[in-house]
Design a protein around this ligand. Structure first.
Ligand code: B12
Length: 218
């Protein structure tokens, strides 16, 4: 029987990393990686967040669960079939102050699955460092994430700075805060707002450029 998000969250909280990994490997026998991320791991972590908010679990419990989820995402990555390179590059990061990064790792994985070269720079990256790296590597796309609503202004500042780059990268923003925000307040022209992994997959598969973003805007 396919494992449910709640069951997986409970394994995370019990510190059962090997059982969690076994369950995920079994899930991957009949599901894709993006289903694993979107339909199983994300809801499991959202449940952890709800229980944390309601004081049903402690901060330490949440850290344990996050560490096991992080491990599972990395381990699942090794089980992915290598895709053929398509010579496109994406830089993936969270802006300064943003500590949440599990979603960013999933985004990186999805790009890799579609044959992209990925530089995963992690969360909490100062703008100067991000710009410096972008100038050196010249990615086609810069993908950013925010989990907290008060991080949205930072995404806007980063997007505007990246749009000044002379090699004209496409900018994609996503994450929990972006998916639930009034996008008109944060959207800058030429920035693609992608609500979740299924939308990102559509964009990756159809290859639509930023001018076509209305097709998948939220
Ligand atoms: C783990 C966790 C943490 C960890 C993060 C560690 C880590 N390694 O990432 C730590 C302990 C650091 C943390 C800290 C905080 N957290 Co926290 N955290 C969580 C928790 C439980 C899980 C986050 C997670 O991994 N989710 C799973 C991932 C996969 O989901 P996701 O990020 O949404 O990503 C998915 C999509 O959004 C999308 N996506 C994400 N990024 C992108 C980017 C692009 C380009 C695209 C296309 C798609 C995309 O794809 C992903 C796959 O589905 C959430 C609960 C929740 N609902 O998420 C709370 C939560 C986000 N945290 C919360 C809070 C309040 C905080 C703190 C402010 C707590 C505090 N008082 O210190 C701090 C802020 C830290 C900071 N400066 O950023 C609140 C936010 C509430 C709100 N109203 O906004 C939440 C919702 C918990 C809650 N229910 O209260 N947190």
């Amino acid at each position: 029987m396919t494992i449910q998000a709640r069951e997986l969250a409970e394994l995370f909280l019990a510190g059962e990393d090997e059982k969690a990994m076994d369950a995920v490997l079994e899930y991957l026998e009949s599901h894709s990686h993006d289903e694993l991320y979107h339909d199983l791991l994300t809801p499991a972590m959202y449940l952890i967040g709800d229980w944390w908010q309601e004081n049903i679990i402690s901060v330490a419990d949440e850290h344990l669960a996050t560490a096991i989820c992080d491990f599972v995402v990395s381990a699942a990555e090794l089980k992915r079939k290598p895709a053929h390179g398509i010579q496109r590059k994406v830089m993936v990061l969270g802006p300064e102050g943003e500590d949440h990064y599990i979603g960013l790792k999933m985004v990186s994985s999805l790009f890799k699955e579609h044959g992209w070269q990925v530089q995963y720079l992690g969360p909490n990256l100062p703008l100067d460092a991000a710009l410096d790296s972008a100038r050196r590597w010249q990615p086609d796309v810069i993908a950013m994430s925010a989990a907290l609503a008060y991080r949205l202004p930072a995404l806007k500042v980063y997007s505007e700075a990246f749009q000044e780059l002379d090699f004209n990268p496409s900018i994609i923003i996503g994450g929990r805060a972006v998916a639930s925000a009034d996008i008109s307040k944060i959207r800058t022209e030429g920035t693609l707002v992608v609500k979740d992994l299924p939308q990102l997959k559509t964009w990756l598969q159809t290859g639509k450029e930023k001018e076509d973003d209305l097709d998948i805007s939220i």
